[in-house]
Each structure stands twice: as structure tokens, then as C-alpha cells.
Design a protein around this ligand. Sequence first.
Ligand SMILES: NC(=O)N[C@@H](CC(=O)O)C(=O)O
Length: 393
Amino acid sequence: MKSRQTAEKRSEVFALLSCHLQTSRYGKTMTITLPKWFDLHTHFRQGPAMAAYVKAHLDMGCAGALAMPNTQPPVARVSGPAQADAWSIEGYSAELRAAGAASFEQLIVPLYLTRQTTTAMIAEGAASGLLRACKYYPPHGTTNSEHGMPMDDLIGSEVLRAMEDHGIVLCIHGEQHALSGPDYIDAQQNAETRFYTERMPRLLEAHPRLRIVCEHITTRTAAEFVAAAPEHVGATITPQHLLYTLGHLIQGLKYHLYCLPIVKFQDDRAALRQAVTRAGQAKFFAGTDSAPHTTKATACGCAAGCFTGGCAPQLYAMAFEEAGVDFSTAVGQAMFEHFLCLNGPAFYGFPASQQKFTMEKAPQKMELLETPAGPVTPLPVGLSLELTWSLVG
Ligand SMILES: NC(=O)N[C@@H](CC(=O)O)C(=O)O
């Protein structure tokens, strides 16, 4: 409690003194210069399109990423060559670096938790430094999540105890699905609330030292749970969940806004906005869940995942403005900087970037991203919002 108060105090002081942020107005254009930021939940996939996705991240001032392990096959081993049933963190990281991710300051690939995960993998991975995080997927909850297991089978397990002992972060896709088939949408609507009211309290009680990131949270229930949890429980929030609601998804059936967990209601969005703009908050940070699928797959609603390569910081800035943050003030900029650039590194225990990137308050048009897998439609193309911020460099 004391250290949270200290962190909040430090953060308030920082906000008031944040003179390293350069805000200038040339006529009507405002620019903000920030440390390069970190995307602590994203998808770079595999194969020839990977380089295009990595480049889109580098081009939007991103200094590092946590790249999700729901590849085919999943990243379910720590070291060794790729095998028919699993990539290793070592092998997948090498592929990513060869595709351009060598330019990142930080690259974290979490281990996909499956029934084959062992305590020896956790101990050896922690000792070698290859393992920094593990990813929990609810089975059948989202793209390539069928290798996951119910949270009930993990709570109290030796694997989670080993993660606690070795300080390995647990990244959680927090949904508990109760319905399937025609009741799919209903299941999606309730799955996160169910998870955060039923499973999360039990998980924290059984593993009080486990460092947890609640990923891409979407509901008031999850936001309030994380805010009230101990300091070592944080959360990522995507730009789409801060900006859009179900109405935007239904309006014209814009399936490239269809992601899991799906966008929710205005009250949920308001709770997320409150969470990221609370003075001195240190536990909510950027994780876009940018999840490229080809336009062919998203146009028919055949794949869940929003692609925000090239436009995530702009979308986050728009969301902060919607939440009432004034970027012409040092306090407003510092709030944004903490969420985008500082809180994530502090949570994961690596330094913030010393490099800078600049955005300006001017419209930017997004285009389809051409990749060897086919074109991919980024947000907010075709949606009612236009980008009101653009990247300068
Ligand atoms: N967010 C999504 O809707 N999809 C992600 C998986 C995930 O993060 O749930 C994907 O890999 O496509």
C-alpha cells in the first residue's frame, strides 16, 4: 500500500515536472514528442507476412513488443528447434528477429501454457533468461486457443507455483465460456465478467505472489478488479476497447472490428477510460492485441482480431481525448506517456526507451496493408472514426 502511494506521488510530481515533453503549436497544429512505446500484447504471426507486421509496429514508434504465442503450431517449448507440434521461444524469437524484430529494444515471447508445460521448463527457462512470461488461453476462446486448458485445471498447479517462485509473469486471456453454438454472442458478452468474478479471486488466493497481466480487458468488472488487486496485478487495454462499443461493430457489420473479447457497452468503455486516466495510475498499460487476419477473412467475420499496426498510438491518443485528457497540458501528456511508454516497462522490469517519436494533431488516412498473405484492413478504415492524430517520425 505504502509503495503504491509512493509510486502515485512520484507519478504526480512527474506529471507536474514533465518538461522533457515537447509540446509546440505551429499555427493550429500541436505536436507531442514521447519516448518510444512498448506494445505488451501483439500478434506477428509466422511466415512471409511477419516482416510486414513487424515493420508496421516499428514505423509507429514502437520500441518493443510482447509477441503472442498462438501461432500454428503454438510456442509451447522454451528452447530447441521447431517441431511439428510446437515452436520454441528460442526458435520463434529468432524468426521474428530475422523478420525485423532485431530492431526492437525488447522482444518478449511468452510460453503458451498447455497440458505439456512442466515445472522443469519454467525453472530452466527462467535460469536461461529465455522465459519471462507464460500465456493462458481458455480453450476454444479465440484464434488458435485450442491448446489451452480451463483455468480450474491450472489454479493450484505446480506450474503456476513454479512461475511464482521464478517471478515469471502470467498473461491471461480472461474469459470463461459457458455457452457455445447459437448462443455464442451471449457467451462472449458474459465470459469476461464470469472469469473476473469467479476465477480470478480464486487464482489470486491460491497464488498470492504470482505476477499477472490481465490482457485486453473490456469490462467494468475487470477494470475494477484490477484496480483493487495487489500491485503485482496489472492489465493491458487495447485502443479498440477504449474507442468503440458494440454499436460500432453492428453498424454496417464491420467485421474487422470483431475481436475477442468483443467490444462492449458504453458503461464498460467509460470504466476503461477512467482506469487509464486516473491520476498516478501505474497498473494499466498499452497492449494493442493487434491481430492481423487478411481482409478476405475479416470481411466475412471468419476471423476475430483487429489490426492496429501503423495507427495504435494515434488511436490511443484519440481515446484519451475522448476521456477528457487535454494534450496541451503537461499533466495530460504525462498521463498518456505513463500508459503508453512507462507503465508497461516498469511492470515487466525493463527500462523505458531513450529514443523518441513524435505525433501531431492532424488527420491521417490509413490504407490497407499489402502483405504476402494478402491485404489486411487496419482500424479505423471503413469505420465512423477517422484518425485525428498522425505520426511525424
Ligand atoms: N484478439 C483476437 O480477436 N484474436 C487474436 C487472439 C487473441 O488475442 O484473443 C488472434 O490471434 O487473432
